[in-house]
Design a protein around this ligand. Structure first.
Ligand code: ADP
Ligand code: ASP
Ligand code: MG
Length: 414
């Protein structure tokens, strides 16, 4: 029997009525002949509320205890969901991440999945039950509860779809698909019918909160068809799939805005072999996730080195570079936490020219100064002042016609 994994985000299970509506989706899939596995997030804003509770009792809560606390949100959702299904006449059983041996590393609050044991899930599916798994959490080798980072329930769902060889992983959320950019910020954004894993991975890593970036890595590696769709409406959403030739025809598929960012600059680092390695090894030891890195040579003797991090990593990043500052001969550390990153993403960039030029022109016309620029094969990112970020996103979206369906945009040059 084919398996389908359905994931419901926080807003989709926020109250009893929404849980029943989500449960009806699962029942519809059962009626179509699928074995159904449900992953649910914490209800509504519960994760934010639990974080606020923690900060009230301890401004610097230990990460292990954070995971103990935050994982309870998802546990509530799945047990309530199972109860709702039972009241609707369907047999269902819920599990925490630990109960299905969702093994992760021990990096609390941003753990990575290592393996999942499907025995228990399969046994209950074969007994005709709908199986519910709490999203966002796992267990490490010491049996300590871990969580996968904000938005991590997507990763639970796609990882389960991968190991269970599910026909599809449906992500039910509060938008009806993946848009050219966040529709809450740029109202004219349009829904994409499909997007490649590579584009979605870049967009997710660059701030498109609609999907957790790790989930896309799993999807790509294990060929999981991911369908992002609305939990309120029946209509088709967006398919995240492997690249097909027609995708190359679109130069820019989407744009992103990332506001929770900070840039740290080490001024006057000794310009000699091994210093960059020393700095980044120290940051890695502090478990800081570094985004973009820019190094510029100032003279034979000195270089400036900047890197960006999410604001949640700012404190440990600052601490780590302060510790290593003297060892690498750094004169001064500058910290900017009032920055944002605007990016454009598209596999078509590999074969078309004029993309950078168009982006920089759009920003110049909107009188927005670019602090720094980074690129990959399929993206261009500019750091701008945070107060100008939304204006910058709009300018870039209009320049690349991200308010129009892909087939209606002006043909790009090859
Ligand atoms: P859930 O709780 O269901 O996981 P999220 O809040 O994590 O939902 O993700 C959905 C939100 O992602 C949307 O409400 C939207 O504001 C935001 N978003 C950001 N970028 C995009 C995009 N490119 N397309 C669609 N939604 C996006
Ligand atoms: N509840 C967690 C969060 O709010 C995980 C998730 O929703 O995916 O980040
Ligand atoms: Mg989410």
């Amino acid at each position: 029997m084919a398996i389908i994994v359905q994931k419901f985000g926080g807003t989709s299970v926020a109250d009893a009525q929404k849980i029943r509506r989500a449960a009806q989706r699962a029942i519809n899939a059962v009626k179509k002949g699928f074995q159904v596995v449900i992953v649910a997030s914490a209800r509504g804003q519960q994760t934010d509320e639990l974080i606020a509770d923690a900060l009230e009792v301890n401004p610097n809560p230990p990460k292990r205890e954070m995971d103990q606390l935050l994982s309870t949100g998802e546990q509530q959702s799945v047990s309530l969901f199972a109860m709702a299904l039972q009241a609707m006449g369907y047999d269902a059983i819920s599990f925490t991440g630990g109960q299905i041996r969702m093994l992760t590393d021990s990096v609390h609050t941003k753990a990575r999945i290592k393996s999942v044991d499907t025995t228990r899930i399969k046994k209950h599916l074969d007994e005709g039950k709908i199986v519910l798994v709490a999203g966002f959490q796992g267990i490490d080798e010491n049996d300590d509860i871990t969580t996968l980072g904000r938005g991590g329930s997507d990763t639970t769902a796609v990882a389960l779809a991968a190991v269970l060889k599910a026909q599809e992983c449906e992500i039910y959320t509060d938008v009806d698909g993946v848009y050219t950019t966040d529709p809450r910020i740029f109202k004219k954004a349009v829904k994409l019918k499909q997007i490649s894993y590579d584009e979605m991975l870049e967009m997710a890593s660059l701030g498109a909160g609609v999907m957790h970036s790790r989930s896309i890595e799993f999807g790509k590696k294990f060929n999981v068809k991911i369908h992002v769709r609305s939990s309120l409406e029946e209509k088709e959403g967006t398919m995240i799939i492997h690249e097909v030739p027609e995708m190359e025809g679109v130069v820019v598929s989407g744009a992103t805005i990332q506001k929770d960012m900070a840039k740290l600059t080490l001024i006057g680092v000794d310009n000699k072999p091994g210093n960059a390695a020393r700095i980044f090894a120290h940051l890695a030891k502090a478990k800081v996730v570094v985004n973009d890195i820019i190094q510029t040579e100032v003279s034979d003797k000195k270089a400036n080195l900047s890197f960006t991090v999410g604001t949640n990593d700012l404190a440990p990043a600052k601490e780590a570079i302060t510790e290593i500052k003297d060892e690498v001969g750094c004169d001064k550390i500058l910290v900017h936490d009032d920055i944002a990153e605007i990016s454009v993403v598209g596999v078509g960039m590999r074969t078309h020219y004029g993309v950078a030029d168009k982006m920089f022109n759009a920003l110049a016309k909107a009188k927005i100064n670019i602090d720094s620029i980074t690129t990959s094969e399929i993206r261009i990112s500019c750091i701008v002042k945070q107060e100008q970020a939304e204006k910058a996103l709009e300018a870039v979206c209009l320049a690349f016609e991200l308010d129009k369906a892909a087939e209606k945009r002006t043909k790009a040059k090859k």
